[in-house]
Design a protein around this ligand. Structure first.
Ligand code: TYC
Length: 254
């Protein structure tokens, strides 16, 4: 069974889904505008429930953690990282692993760097530690949600309705653009050396949104990290190749 609940954290009611009763607790971080429901169905359904307790959360303003309406202050990734850690404290989980996709991967990196004592292992995919001119072009190309693929757009429109989805997408592009004012487009580069947990970075070689230098940068700056390429993977590799992804992640976490 998969349960759905809300808990008050930092003044907001955060929604999460939970399944399994294994000793190894894993927190799943969705991508931009994502949620437990839109981003992690195959993980919640098929990850081993004897070994793992799987929690997937909706960051504030995303999924069913509305209100509040989502906003993007300059520290929005740090705010999400604090919410995630405080959610796990509220749920009384002592030590856990992190699985973060894309923006959720960035949030997971920050959480792991700031709380090395709480994190067992981490897997990130589609994540980046800085924003470049090349990234800005890609971001602006997805600002107009009518240009999203049908597969990516449909679950979002069902979750949010067209208006909230398109407004929040545009607000996200403005939000992520803020990092261009920082030296080297920095999001979380100086934090990477503070990550102490074993870390697996996965990259889909056909990901049109994340140039390969991003996972390579992460691999270089996270001590002892492993970098795994999926030749046919695009941005949503954990959904499209769920079986292969889940097996790789479970083997790494064990
Ligand atoms: N970071 C986004 C996510 O969380 C995805 C994304 C990456 C969008 C790069 C545009 O150019 C982009 N899913």
């Amino acid at each position: 069974a998969i349960t759905s609940a809300k808990v008050e954290v930092n003044g907001v009611h955060l929604h999460y889904q939970q399944t399994g009763n294994g000793n190894h607790v894993v927190l799943l971080f969705p991508g931009m505008l994502g949620s437990s429901q839109t981003d992690f169905e195959p993980q919640l359904k098929y990850m081993n429930k004897q070994i793992f307790t799987v929690v997937a959360w909706d960051p504030r303003g995303y999924g069913k953690s509305i209100p509040p309406v989502r906003d993007f202050p300059p520290d929005f990734f740090e705010r999400d990282a604090k919410d995630a850690i405080d959610l796990m404290q509220a749920l009384k989980f002592q030590k856990f692993s992190l699985l973060g996709w894309s923006d959720g991967g960035i949030t997971a990196l920050i959480a792991a760097a700031k709380h090395p004592d709480l994190i067992h292992k981490m897997v990130v995919w589609g994540a980046n530690a800085n924003v470049t001119e090349e990234d800005m072009k890609l971001y602006n190309a997805i600002r107009d949600v009518s240009k999203w693929s049908e597969k990516a757009r449909k679950p979002m429109e069902e979750m949010y309705g067209h208006e909230y989805f398109s407004k929040t997408c545009s607000a996200w592009v403005d939000g992520i653009s803020q990092f261009m004012h920082k030296s080297d487009g920095d999001i979380c580069q100086p934090l990477l050396p503070h990550i102490k947990c074993p870390t697996l970075i996965i990259h889909g070689e056909k990901d049109p949104l994340i140039p390969r230098f991003h996972p390579e940068y992460l691999h270089k700056h996270i001590k002892g990290s492993r970098l795994h390429f999926m030749p046919e993977g695009k941005h949503n590799l954990h959904l499209r190749f769920a079986g292969e992804f889940n097996k790789m992640v479970e083997d790494f976490l064990l």
